[in-house]
Design a protein around this ligand. Structure first.
Ligand code: P5A
Length: 433
């Protein structure tokens, strides 16, 4: 993409409404714009990152044997009246009436709708276990939307739902998702600590939150130092049951549930930190299947309510969490796997015909090699171009000026380390390939 044609309204000054660094940088780097409180427009750069995160989430869901489908954002109130949550959900639910005066709502989550789909489609244990998910916008009328997309009212969630015949099956499905989550966050280069959690409004018996450590996090955590020996950011390979059991045996709890007097870990073995909740998984048994009559016939022919779990990842929140974990004073530093483009090409002298011809040729070569490149072809000063490129945070920069062209070399900069090396074009293409 040529910057001269790209819609990326960057901002020089710090926006006064932004309290945390990720919100500030997302506004400054032209990734999002607020439409109304807690509701955002995703601009091209923000959308590219959002889609890349969603792709990684999707790959790990598919690897775990889950089926992707897409449920609507608007749901009928009846389903929620059946489960008993229509009143319980309170003001956080955005309620809508259609032209026939039917009560509808903008879905804050999809347990009811998926249970309805299940009861209309599956009748026997022979079709189990079953795992269904979608990546869809949700709406929760949060009391205090804040920190940009981190706590939005409209946000993108991956939500998965598992169906099993019995508790053992449900536990296995739960652990499968637990592993998928470890892998997903590790692929994003994040340390996400699985924390034992209250099931809250979703209801249930077993639940973990996945928390990214960050000073700006909204939760305070207490956890066994031993967890650090797991190298969570590298857990991308096969993760066996033993590792899962070991990790789950470690103490990790949110402040509200942490009881210092009865904590199994001595104070010196305990760490405390702030966290951002990027995922939350629940086993809740027959809570919805019972109230909504989702039953399957078991091997003995007897009908039983199906055992369920639900598993959420805050896809849009992850954009903010990734920036909290990857930035410096100059801007964002994208990990390669989610970077909006892999490399930025800076033409230092757009008015110079030779320089522009060389940059254009290199740009085309990069495109032919399928390397995602953002080309700063604008007629602007070098300082402004460097500042913008650092702010946007692409992992690599190629800096091309008339002097280098004479010598047949290009400058290649690593955004994270700041290291600059001089390379020939071939060397550079090999490095990026
Ligand atoms: C699990 C999937 C659920 O809704 N039902 C379906 C269960 N869980 S949850 O914890 O309430 O939400 C899952 C994840 O969504 C993100 N999230 C948000 N992101 C941005 N803004 C919000 N207002 C918001 N609320 C929830 C979190 O990452 C959470 O873990």
């Amino acid at each position: 993409m040529r910057l001269s044609q790209y819609f990326i309204p960057t901002i020089k000054e710090n926006p006064s409404e932004a309290q945390i660094v990720s919100h500030r940088l997302m506004l400054r780097a032209g990734m999002i714009r607020q439409s109304s409180a807690g509701i955002y427009i995703w601009l091209p750069t923000g959308l590219r990152v959002l889609n890349k995160i969603a792709d990684i989430v999707r790959e790990e869901q598919d690897r775990a044997g889950a089926n992707e489908l897409l449920m609507p954002t608007i749901q009928p109130a009846e389903l929620w009246q059946e489960s008993g949550r229509y009143d319980a959900y309170g003001k956080e639910m955005l309620r809508i009436t259609d032209r026939h005066d039917r009560e509808m709502l903008y879905g804050p989550t999809n347990e009811e709708m998926i249970t309805d789909l299940f009861r209309n489609s599956i009748k026997t244990y022979k079709n189990l276990p079953l795992s269904l998910y979608h990546i869809q916008w949700k709406f929760r009328d949060e009391v205090r939307p804040r920190f940009g997309i981190m706590r939005g009212r409209e946000f993108l969630m991956k939500d998965n739902y598992s169906f099993d015949l019995d508790f053992e099956g449900a536990k296995a499905s739960y652990n499968k998702m637990y592993v998928a989550y470890l892998r997903t966050f590790a692929r994003l280069g994040l340390v996400a600590i699985p924390v034992r959690a209250d099931a809250g409004a979703i209801g249930g018996d077993l639940s973990h939150e996945f928390q990214i450590l960050a000073d700006t996090g909204e939760s305070t955590l207490y956890y066994d130092k031993g967890i650090e020996s797991f190298d969570l950011a590298s857990l991308t390979g096969d993760i066996d049951d033993e590792t899962v059991a070991k990790l789950q045996s470690y103490y990790a709890m949110e402040e509200e549930k942490h009881d210092a007097d009865n904590c199994p870990v001595p104070v010196e073995g305990l760490k405390t930190a702030k966290g951002i909740e990027v995922g939350h998984i629940f086993y809740f048994g027959t809570k919805y299947s019972e109230s909504m009559g989702a039953k399957v016939a078991g091997p003995d022919g007897k009908e039983v309510p199906v055992e369920m779990g639900s598993y959420g990842i805050g896809v849009s929140r992850l954009v903010g969490a990734l920036i909290e974990a990857n930035h410096d004073d100059n801007g964002i530093i994208w990990p390669e796997v989610v970077a909006p483009y892999k490399v930025g090409l800076i033409n230092l002298r757009a008015k110079d015909e030779n320089c522009t011809a060389a940059c254009d040729a290199l740009y085309n070569k990069l495109l032919s090699a399928d390397i995602e490149v953002l080309y700063d072809d604008r007629d602007a000063g070098a300082g402004a171009k460097f500042a913008d490129m650092d702010l946007i945070g692409l992992p690599w920069q190629i800096i091309v000026g008339p002097k280098g062209i004479e010598k047949g070399i290009l400058e290649f900069k690593n955004r994270r380390s700041g290291e600059r090396v001089e390379l020939t074009e071939n060397e550079l293409l090999v490095k990026l390939g």
